[in-house]
Design a protein around this ligand. Structure first.
Ligand code: FES
Length: 164
């Protein structure tokens, strides 16, 4: 598990690494520094790939296992980058009873990723969400700022094709 890498290659820049090292230098001697360091690291990179966790481990002396455990335990942290197009499928009750689970499964199958992941080309990421307050349109998904309602599994191909 610990060596699990996202399928998207890590593309951290020198500037990002310098910013992270600066944050670690400032915070590492404070008690309970790991959470704020991870938060800042996610602000810098947009997510917490294993490469970033290793830098934090090397610089703070905190074992990688512990960092990985914290990064995977708290839902505010993500180990995968988000895609150019962020797909979010509502799995709230109204959407779920109208079949959003099938929509979600179809997207996973079609994109070849599971929820929380991003396609290797960085184009689409897929997540589930709770009610977004559009239950009248159930089942609902969003792609960035676009909202799609009354979805059917057969609509998915045409919708994805709009995003180049
Ligand atoms: S349950 Fe999906 S929008 Fe409310």
């Amino acid at each position: 598990m610990l060596s699990k890498k996202t399928s998207v290659p890590f593309r951290g820049t020198e500037a990002q690494e310098q910013a992270l090292l600066e944050v670690i230098r400032e915070m590492k001697d404070e008690k309970g520094a790991l959470m704020p360091i991870l938060q800042k690291a996610q602000d810098i990179y947009g997510y917490l790939p294993i490469e970033v966790q290793k830098i934090i481990s090397n610089e703070t002396g905190i074992p990688l296992e512990k960092i990985y455990g914290v990064a995977t335990f708290y839902s505010q942290f993500t180990l995968s980058p988000k895609g150019r197009y962020k797909i979010s499928v509502c799995l709230g009750t109204a959407c779920y009873v109208k079949g959003s689970g099938d929509i979600y499964n179809k997207l996973m199958e079609k994109l070849g990723i599971v929820g929380g992941e991003c396609t290797p080309d960085g184009k689409f990421s897929l997540d589930a969400c709770r009610c977004i307050g559009a239950c009248g349109l159930a089942p609902v998904m969003t792609i960035n700022d676009d909202v799609y309602g009354r979805l059917k599994v057969d609509d998915i191909d045409d919708i994805l094709a709009k995003y180049e």
